[in-house]
Structure formats: structure tokens, C-alpha cells
Design a protein around this ligand. Sequence first.
Ligand SMILES: Nc1ncnc2c1ncn2[C@@H]1O[C@H](COP(=O)(O)OP(=O)(O)OP(=O)(O)O)[C@@H](O)[C@H]1O
Ligand SMILES: [Mg+2]
Length: 342
Amino acid sequence: MNIFSLTQEIAIDLGTANTIIICDGKIVVDEPSVVAIRKSDDKMIAVGKKASPMQDRGESKIYTVRPLRKGVIADYKACEMMIRGLINLIPQRRHFLNPAIRMVVCVPSGATDAEIRIINDSCTQAGARELYLIYEPMAAALGMGFDIEGPEGCMVVDIGGGTTEIAVMALGSLVVNKSIPIAGDALNQDIVQYMHSGHGMRISEPTAERIKKQVGSALVELDNPPEDMVVVGPNKTNDLPLHVPVSYQEIAHCLDKNISNIETAIMQALGDTPSELYADIVERGIFLTGGGALLHGLAERLTNKTTITFHVADDPLHSVANGTGIALKNLKNLSFLIDGIR
Ligand SMILES: Nc1ncnc2c1ncn2[C@@H]1O[C@H](COP(=O)(O)OP(=O)(O)OP(=O)(O)O)[C@@H](O)[C@H]1O
Ligand SMILES: [Mg+2]
């Protein structure tokens, strides 16, 4: 970066669960998509990792907001505050020069025009002077090292917090895209409900997320099974403390229905794929990314279901961000970027 340049260039993966900012080709911000707001004056008092532990703490003077739900902005004002707050965390941010910001931001492939307009407005309010948008599966494929402007078909399944995006790309276009609102948040909800009905325990969403990461599974038989996890929480009827060991098998049962829904969407996307590209996909396999790709046994289950090999990305939590960063470096050469700020 030229310190005399008056434009700062950043790429943002604005995710339902995590927001990542790339500057000068490196990840400089990687934070949960959460803001904490003071009730008395609606001012943001913390963002990202500092705001996250304030969730579900019953604090009376502040509230926390996750501005995105199901991949799109659900709370416009909170989102603008969050983007501004996260941009201020960039170590290279030159506050004293207040440079104009050129931004590339990813958007879900199923975003409507109205949703794109809201992302556009939030980024503009947060300081963008020049804005380009890229569809998330395209960013994911770029981030995994694919040339998506070539003729060969490439299929990506990105399981994030809010949405699962399934896409087939070739010649710089999304040939097939399917976005369903079933991803990490829905799996957390399954665990909240299961702990309630199966163990009589009340748990919060962050606890469900810890259970999912530790003993979540897509298969009831794993080669390297995780040990049971002891979960502590209140008995739903008398509020006395309960200590419950939870196994990966029971979580596999409780997640089964939503994982089947993801399988169905993948089968539909394969059904919509033109035969030439289908052959490429069978040859290359299907690439699984997003935080959901880390669920124990998921790639194996999807491989068994489709009979096409699923490969987990090397760095699933960062494929989209890395691809958005690559797009930022190649603004002039990529045909598939959408111009923002209209
Ligand atoms: N080890 C793991 N096992 C299962 N799920 C995981 C694991 N690690 C992270 N996740 C889940 O991945 C999700 C976050 O993934 P990611 O950062 O790709 O989402 P996002 O980009 O913020 O969301 P979206 O793309 O839907 O807007 C969360 O739901 C999180 O619980
Ligand atoms: Mg994502």
C-alpha cells in the first residue's frame, strides 16, 4: 500500500456468523458478526470478539445484535455500525488521512435486488466510495484457487451460518445456483431443541454452537469419534443445575433432518446441471467450504449420498474472504463483478 495514496482498498466477507476483512492481501480482521449497543443512546459499545461474550448474558443496559440473518442484512443500522467498527480495527487504517475506501463485498447468490441495495447502502454509509459486489460461491471458488472464467465446470457447496449456497460455475457465470436458509444457525437450533426435549435442559445458542463444534456429527458412526461432552445448564422444569454427557451419536440423530435437507438441495442442483458440466464435476469432485464443512463426517456423508467425491477446502472459514481479496486485486480483469453504488 502506498502511504500517500488517498484510497484504501479492502475486501469484506460479510457473513451471518463471521465477518472477515482483507487488506494488502492479508486477513486483518476476523471477528464474529455481532455488535453490542447501549440501550440509553443506541451507541455501539463493542463489536466482534468483544461483543460476542455479551450475548445472552441478561445484561439490562446493553443488547447485542447479529445484524445478518440467513445471509442477508436483517438490521440495517446495526450492520452499518458493525462494518464501521470492524473497519476501524484494521491496523493499517489511516484515521488521520481518512482515505476514501474502495471495497469489494460478497453477496449471497440468491440475494434479491432489494437485499443487494441494502448491502450497497450499508457499505456506503460505512465509508465506501467505490464498491464492487461478488457472488459468494464465485468468491469461494476463487479463494480455493479455481479459474472460474475457464470452460470447465466447478461445483461449490458453502455451508455458512445463515445459508447453504450450492453453485455450479463455468465461463465466469453461475450456471446453477441454489441458496437455502439451512446452515450452521439452523443446526444450532436443532441442538437447542434436542437438549430441551431430550435432556430437559435449557441452553443458549452459543452453548449449542460449542456442542456442535465439539461433538456435532453428520454420521452416527465415525472413524475417529470425539469424546462425549459434559454440558452444564438449568433443568427446564425446576432450574436446578444439570450435568449431561452428550455423545456425537445423539447429535448426529438430532442434526439428521436438516442435513438431509442440504442433501436434497445438492441433488436438485446436480439435477439442474447441464450434462457437459456434470461430467467435469464428477471428474473433479465437489468442493465443500464455509464453517459447516468442518462438521465431523459431513464430506463422507455427502460423498456416499451423491457418489461424487466431496473435497473439504483447506481453509473453509476463509475461502470466500480469500476469493474476495483476489477479486479486489483483479478488479479490471474479472467479468463477473457487479458494480455497487448506483
Ligand atoms: N468445527 C465446526 N463444526 C461444525 N460447524 C462449525 C465448525 N466451525 C464453525 N462452524 C460453523 O460454521 C458457521 C460459520 O461459518 P462461516 O464463517 O463460513 O459462516 P458465514 O460466512 O458467517 O455465514 P453465511 O455465509 O451464511 O452468511 C457457524 O454456524 C459455525 O457454528
Ligand atoms: Mg459465508
